[in-house]
Design a binder for this molecule. Structure first.
Ligand code: FAD
Length: 337
C-alpha cells in the first residue's frame, strides 16, 4: 500500500492528481488480501487500469486506487479454425492486439491502438472502425469486491450495448475484472465496412489488404485524428453519439439537412456528436489549457496545466450549447471521478 501516490502518469489527461492510498494488483490473490484491509473497508475506492477513460475532477483523490496490473496471455483452447485466448486484465490492450495480429488471429484488428488495459475493455464495450469488443468477447472472470467471491460473466451477462455494459451501470465499481477470454478466428473475412478504412484503401489503391496491413492502416488513421496523450492529454472521444428514434431524427434532418448520422438497429439513428459540436462552433476552442482538439472536435484536450474541473466546465458548456441548438443531450463517454 502506497500513500499520497501521484496518478499523473496513470490518467491520459495528464492531470496532476494524487491518491491518498494506492495498491497495485499483480495477482488474483492480491485482491483477496486488499479487500480485508482496514483502508479498503474505511475508504472509497476506485478500480484503475490505464486511466485512458478516467477524468479526475479534483487534484486529490481521497481514497484507495486499486491499480490493475496482473499479466499473462495464453491460448487455452485451439481447433483448426479458432482459438480461445485468456488475457489477464492488467495487459496493455494495444500490445495484446499487436500480438494477436502477429499470430495471425482475426477478430481484434479493428480495435488496434485503443489505449488502456484489457480489463477495462468490457466496461464500455470498446469500439472503433466498425467493430466492438462484444464481437470477440467470450467471458470475463471477476471478483465481487464486497465478499471476495469470483464470478464468470458470459457475453450475454455483460449486457453490452454501444459504449456500455453492466459494469458501467448496476455493477459499477462492484466487480474487479481480472481476466478475459476472447474467441479469435484463424481465418475470417476482414471488416472493411467503416468509411475511413474504405477511403484509405481507395486512395492508396489497395484492394485486398492482409490482417497485418489492416491493423497498420487503422493505426495510421488513428494517429492522424487523435492526439497522442503523451503529447496532448486527452481521453479519446469525450462524448457518446446520441441515439434518437426515427421521428426525432426526421425533425432534426428537416431543419439541418446536412446532419451526419449512422443507421442503427430497430430504425433508430445515431447522430454524430462530432457534427453537433462542430456546428455549435467549438472546433479548436480553448479556455486556459482546457480545449477542443482542432482536428477532431469530439476530443477534449489538456494543453498543459488544465485542471479536471476546468475540462468538466468546458464539457458542460458544450453540452448546453448542443442542447440549445439541437434539443439533444450528449452524454460523456469518459468516467468522471
Ligand atoms: C487517445 C485515446 C483514444 C481512444 N480511442 C478509443 C476508441 O477508439 N474506442 C473506445 O471505445 N475507447 C477509446 N478510448 C477510451 C479508452 O481507451 C478505453 O475506454 C479503454 O478501455 C480505457 O482503458 P483503461 O484501462 O485506461 O481504463 P480506465 O480509464 O483505467 O478505467 C475506465 C473504467 O473502467 C473501470 N475499470 C478499469 N479496469 C477495470 C477492471 N479490471 N475491472 C473492473 N472495472 C475496471 C474503471 O473503474 C473506470 O470506470 C480512447 C482513449 C484515448 C486516450
Amino acid at each position: 500500500m502506497k500513500r499520497n501516490y501521484s496518478l499523473k502518469s496513470l490518467n491520459s489527461f495528464g492531470l496532476d492528481v494524487v491518491a491518498s492510498y494506492f495498491f497495485e494488483i499483480k495477482s488474483v490473490d492480491a485482491i483477496s488480501k486488499i479487500i480485508v484491509d482496514p483502508v479498503f473497508k474505511e475508504k472509497q475506492y476506485l478500480i484503475l487500469g490505464g486511466g485512458c477513460n478516467t477524468l479526475f475532477q479534483n487534484d486529490f483523490y481521497n481514497g484507495l486506487v486499486l491499480y490493475v496490473n496482473n499479466k499473462g496471455i495464453e491460448i487455452i483452447e485451439e481447433t483448426n479454425t479458432q482459438c480461445v485466448v485468456r488475457v489477464q486484465a492488467g495487459e496493455d490492450w494495444p500490445s495484446f492486439v499487436d500480438k494477436m495480429v502477429a499470430l495471425g488471429l482475426f477478430g481484434v484488428e479493428n480495435l488496434t491502438g485503443i489505449p488502456g488495459k484489457v480489463g477495462a475493455a468490457p466496461v464500455q464495450n470498446i469500439g472503433a472502425y466498425g467493430a466492438e469488443l462484444k464481437d470477440v468477447f467470450l467471458r470475463a472472470f471477476a471478483v465481487n469486491l464486497s465478499d471476495g467471491t469470483t464470478r464468470e460473466f458470459t457475453n450475454a451477462a455483460c449486457c453490452f450495448s454501444y459504449r456500455n455494459s453492466i459494469f458501467k451501470n448496476e455493477l459499477k465499481g462492484k466487480y474487479l475484472i481480472y481476466a478475459i477470454d476472447f474467441l479469435l478466428k484463424k481465418n475470417a473475412p476482414l471488416n472493411l465496412s467503416y468509411s475511413a478504412i474504405r477511403a484509405y484503401l481507395n486512395e492508396n489503391q489497395i484492394t485486398d489488404p492482409s490482417l497485418k496491413m489492416l491493423s497498420e492502416i487503422i493505426s495510421s488513421i488513428r494517429t492522424s485524428k487523435i492526439p497522442d496523450p503523451k503529447t496532448i492529454g486527452n481521453a479519446g472521444s469525450f462524448f457518446k453519439n446520441p441515439v434518437v428514434d426515427r421521428k426525432q431524427f426526421l425533425q432534426i434532418q428537416a431543419e439541418f439537412p446536412d446532419v451526419s448520422f449512422f443507421e442503427e438497429a430497430r430504425g433508430n439513428v445515431k447522430i454524430a456528436a462530432a457534427w453537433l459540436i462542430e456546428k455549435t462552433g467549438w472546433k479548436g476552442y480553448c479556455e486556459g489549457d482546457a480545449g477542443v482538439y482542432d482536428k477532431h472536435v469530439l476530443v477534449l484536450v489538456n494543453h498543459g496545466k488544465a485542471k479536471g474541473n476546468e475540462i468538466i466546465a468546458l464539457a458542460q458548456k458544450i453540452q448546453e450549447s448542443v442542447q440549445k441548438k439541437f434539443g439533444l443531450k450528449i452524454e460523456p463517454e469518459v468516467n468522471i471521478v
